[in-house]
Design a protein around this ligand. Structure first.
Ligand code: HEC
Length: 144
């Protein structure tokens, strides 16, 4: 089947986009500024409804992230709650949704926004490591 030039251009555009995404995830060396800028967007799309624009939340229902123990504590625990959520609460497991890069970015943003000023970052590779750990711990099928 002969494809039109327009179809080909679309196809090529999609492949280029996929390649760029893969690079962002696996090999790009992110800076704190880049992650924060991206995380700012993710936060204001995905988290702001509950945690509010200045990270102040709506206590007691939705906790503040500004100055919160988790958002200013160890990065590992902060990433963990965003990735796994908190079962039985409105805090959903974001896992790979929207994407590993976005999860890394939004956690980095929260750690540095609103005076949290941790100066550290969570990278897409840290999120990938969690995904990997999870697939490793999946119980294997019983052998017949
Ligand atoms: C539908 C509402 C809702 C949305 C949307 C939401 N959260 Fe939450 N979040 C909660 C609730 C409720 C808790 C408290 C859970 C508990 O009881 O410990 C929470 C807790 C947290 C905590 C722990 C805060 C602390 O110090 O205890 C972090 C960090 C967090 N959320 C990050 C995020 C991020 C990042 C996003 C967006 C990707 C997000 N949340 C989106 C409702 C939400």
């Amino acid at each position: 089947e002969v494809k039109s030039k327009a179809d080909y251009d679309t196809w090529l555009g999609e492949r280029k986009e996929e390649a760029a995404k893969l690079k962002e995830l696996t090999s790009k060396e992110w800076t704190l500024d880049e992650l924060e800028a991206r995380g700012d967007k993710v936060y204001h799309t995905t988290c702001v409804a509950c945690h509010q624009a200045e990270g102040q939340g709506s206590p007691p229902t939705f906790p503040a992230l500004k100055g919160s123990k988790i958002a200013t504590g160890p990065a590992k625990d902060h990433l963990s709650i965003v990735y796994h959520g908190k079962p039985g609460t409105a805090m959903a497991a974001f896992g790979k949704q929207p994407s590993e890069v976005d999860i890394a970015a939004v956690v980095t943003y929260e750690r540095n926004a609103w005076g949290n000023n941790k100066g550290d970052m969570v990278t897409p590779k840290d999120v990938l490591a969690l995904t990997h750990a999870q697939s490793q711990s999946r119980p294997s099928l019983p052998m017949p």
